[in-house]
Design a protein around this ligand. Structure first.
Ligand SMILES: [Fe+2]
Ligand SMILES: [Fe+2]
Length: 472
């Protein structure tokens, strides 16, 4: 069950060959996927890349590493092992057996949740497609491509569910996932953050830290789903997702480390002239990516999400580790709000309505860990500067704070003051131009760009100077 069958056209561990109809449907989607990959995927021509491919879903040794031509990457369908005794952990159907089929009354909602998740996967590949041309090292180039092929596989994971369980509607949605494009004027991706550009590697590292982490939390709620195939699919996706977050965490580590070195060496905060990225610019990029990622969690209160929970479609982060009744019909929660006097504060609502807030808070706590880690680099160097997460009301386009302006410290300010001061808080054209000016390709084995420190370790026990990528 856990071992993937690579003799098939579509590698899978789900006995796909036993369902000819499904197999044929997916095989007819496959060329469309490859066409999308060729036209919207990575633009840098490569001969081969040292990539990991999933070979089974077991706890140990699930990945195989080898040099492969990216077009020949074996995108497959992997579900975590089925737990036959699994029961619904929350909501109205709590303690009933999980579903192997889609209940008719929840079909539309489940399909919508899968489409929204599925839409983010190819979107990030599109956002990152030009980064290869300016990679700071072959090691980083390889990590970028690893993230890209796995986001492609996550698209496969969602398309599998659409094809297998949602009939004709599902097949149509699977086509749409290839037709919408990040940033497109006519048919953009569904969520705002996935239509933003990822024009440079600092943005890429911030994206993989903050926006991929949103993905981790969304997948974590879908992993709790009473619809067992969705749960098993997301559980395995989470395993791959952790590498994406590693790329973000250590990427920002290495930028901060290099900036700190330059600050000490030249005894100045303004490391721009010495080829570094000043801390205040790093802070502005952080502010941007964090605030657009907070928007991905939706409004503070949501009746849709309350219904998803009550129906068993989508749980909470770490649902089974929570010590409440997992139904939440009598609980309440404080959610962020603009108060009656116009201030930034909180208000009490039914816990079911506030589930987006609950998830966003779990996420914020996790984001803080990275900031603490980056601050240790400055602390160890004896520098007083620190990075910080801006206030939850800062730069929001979705939810309670969408209509107001707030400073990073959470003080409410007027639109005029926002217009005057936002250049101190969000990347300006000057900042972006400086960061872009540093983005020169370093495609030579063992070499690295001057704005970033090398990693402490290579990939899969290989050294930093390994030939991770062969360019075409
Ligand atoms: Fe993903
Ligand atoms: Fe990801």
């Amino acid at each position: 069950m856990t071992t993937a069958d690579y003799t098939e056209k579509i590698p899978n561990n789900g006995d796909l060959h036993e369902d000819r109809r499904l197999q044929r449907a997916l095989e007819s989607w496959q060329p469309n996927f490859l066409h999308w990959w060729e036209s919207m995927g990575p633009t840098l021509p490569t001969a081969d890349v040292y990539l990991r491919t999933a070979v089974n879903v077991g706890r140990e040794g699930w990945a195989h590493f080898d040099h492969v031509a990216m077009r020949d990457y074996r995108w497959g369908i992997f579900l975590a092992e089925r737990n036959r005794g699994r029961r619904i952990a929350f909501g109205h159907h709590k303690d009933e057996p999980v579903w192997q089929k889609v209940p008719g009354e929840y079909r539309a909602d489940l399909q919508r949740l899968i489409v929204i998740q599925g839409d983010t996967e190819p979107a990030s590949v599109e956002q990152q497609r030009n980064l290869g041309a300016v990679a700071p090292s072959l090691y980083d180039l390889r990590n970028l491509f690893q993230v890209n092929v796995e986001e492609g596989r996550h698209l496969w994971a969602m398309v599998y569910l659409l094809h297998a369980y949602f009939g004709r509607d599902g097949r149509e949605e699977a086509e749409e996932l290839l037709h919408r494009n990040s940033g497109s004027a006519e048919s953009p991706r569904i969520l705002g953050a996935f239509n933003e550009e990822t024009p440079d590697w600092l943005s890429f590292f911030m994206f993989t830290y903050f926006t991929d982490r949103d993905g981790k939390y969304q997948l974590g709620t879908l992993k709790e789903s009473a619809f067992d195939p969705l749960s098993r699919t997301c559980e395995f996706m989470l395993k791959e997702e952790s590498h994406h977050m590693f790329v973000g965490t250590t990427g920002v580590d290495r930028v901060v480390e290099r900036t700190v070195q330059l600050m000490l060496e030249h005894d100045t905060d303004d490391v721009g002239p010495y080829g570094g990225i000043p801390l205040n610019v790093i802070q502005k990029y952080l502010n941007f990516h964090y605030s657009v990622s907070l928007d991905l969690f939706g409004s503070e209160t949501s009746t849709n999400v309350a219904n998803y929970f009550t129906s068993g479609l989508k749980g909470r982060w770490s649902e089974e580790r929570r010590s409440d009744d997992h139904r939440l019909t009598d609980e309440s929660i404080m959610v962020d709000a603009v108060t009656d006097d116009g201030g930034i504060g909180q208000t009490e609502v039914a816990a079911l309505l506030g589930l987006n807030t609950d998830l966003r808070r779990e996420y914020i706590g996790d984001c803080q860990n990275g900031v603490n880690r980056w601050n240790k680099i400055m602390e160890s160097a004896g520098l007083p500067q620190r990075l910080r997460l801006p206030h939850v009301a800062f730069n929001r386009k979705v939810g309670a704070f969408a209509g107001i302006e707030a400073a990073p410290d959470g003080e409410r300010i007027s639109p005029e003051e926002w217009a005057r001061r936002k250049g101190a808080w969000l990347p300006t054209d000057v900042d972006k131009t400086h960061v872009r000016s540093l983005m020169r390709p370093v495609h030579e084995r063992g070499k690295i760009a001057a704005w970033i420190a090398p990693p402490r370790q290579g990939i899969n026990g290989k050294p930093f100077d390994y030939d991770y990528v062969h360019l075409a």
